[in-house]
Design a protein around this ligand. Sequence first.
Ligand SMILES: [Zn+2]
Length: 81
Amino acid sequence: MSTAIQSAAMTEEQLSTSRCYVAAGGMSCPVCDSEHLSVGKALLVGVGTIWPNECNTCGSTWHEVHKLDQIVDVTDKRGIS
Ligand SMILES: [Zn+2]
C-alpha cells in the first residue's frame, strides 16, 4: 500500500508517542494527557480514515489514522422483502 497513512518517516520518539496513544485507546492528549479533546471531520484516505483531533487544554493538534481492519455481523437481506 502506498497511501498517506504510512508511518515509515516517523522518528522513534514519534512512533513511541503514537504507540502509547493507541494503547491508551486515544482517550487523552499525546502532549499534555488532557482528556478534553475535540474531534474534527473524518477524511477518507485509501482503506482508512483520518480523524483530526485537537486538545482543548493545550491546543495541540494531531491526526488519528484508522485503517479498515475487519467487518462483523454481516446480514444478507437480499431474500427479505
Ligand atoms: Zn493537550
